[in-house]
Design a protein around this ligand. Sequence first.
Ligand code: CS2
Ligand code: MG
Length: 408
Amino acid sequence: MTIESAEVVVTSPGRNFVTLRLTTSEGVVGLGDATLNGRELAAASYLRDHVAPLLVGRDPHAIEDTWQYLYRGAYWRRGPVTMAAIAAVDMALWDIKGKVAGLPVYQLLGGRSRRGALAYGHASGTTVEALVTSIHNHLDEGFRAIRVQSGVPGLGKVYGVGHDQARGQKYDYEPAGRTAAPVEETWDTAAYLRHVPGVFEAVRSEFGPELPLLHDAHHRLTPNQAAQLGRSLEPYDLFWLEDCTPGENQEALRRVRSQTTTPLAIGEVFNSVHDYQTLITEQLIDFVRSSVTHAGGITAVRKLMDFAAIYQVRSGFHGPTDVSPVGMAAALHLDVAIHNFGIQEYMPHSAQTLDVFRCGYSFVDGLLDPGEAPGLGVELDLEAAAAFEYTPAYLPVNRLRDGTIHDW
Ligand code: CS2
Ligand code: MG
């Protein structure tokens, strides 16, 4: 059996997705996700123009060799575009291998280590009252862990806060705006640091001490500000504080870690184990945030998590709607198989998206499960996909009140 065709499908059912579709000489189809929010066409071109021609004729079972061939053979290593493209190939090959074996991918990764993957949902509100309603909505939907994001008095739109929902309304927040250029938002760290502890005080008094609560600072703080926030949130016993400070400077986390016991999660913008090396070996973080889509695929993320296990660092894979259902499925197969699982982010995709990507995974009683279909368990409806043309969409840009560009 060989790879007979490699097709890149860019579709946009409500938001843009990049999917690699491999077909073997025996007609087995494998899918992989290469969606890079705001830079989708770069990943699509890397795959279509530079990788797809090299795949035709290769043995689809040679997953490790293909990964090394694409990583070392590119010469220019790492980076979000390269690693999303390699991830898509890797996922598609695992999908094929599972389908040929007649087994769900998690069985090829060592079988189940747990009944299902604990998921967390995204609650938000422009006010504390709206946030409380959103948390109730997520509990009603079956979530047993909740990410809490709030508006900040005096600021307009801020990261992670969708439109306020009434009781029973579903959360919907796609940050990438379909505009010719990124929307600009205003940020004020001091106002945010003053406001957040009170938000968690209100949430804890409404929902009690046991509900696992998470918060995403989205790369916006200096190490010292991150330490200040981590310490101010200790009374509220967070499951994790995410992206408290830009993690590229891994040593910066030494300062944060020395000042607070609030658990730390970092890495959704990382794409290689090298981005984590100091963070993991010095135990500066508690959770690895990469998605399978952005960090080189199942092969690479499994190795990353085996490395993290030595230092008792657990998984918390990135799972927003800009990871496609194929990327989410790939994460779920790892989630149920690896020993050092932590939690799985889960922003349910829209009905429009699920008309294009037919998924075999499920969310029941707070747990996600990849299902028992052979391979990854997701099918791509090409006809439905063709109905949704790519539309440029950009993530917002943040500026401080004086106009200085800041991390969004
Ligand atoms: C966020 C992401 O889910 C998260 O933790 O940081 O939603 C992030 O904003 C988006 O993936 C950007 O496309
Ligand atoms: Mg995040």
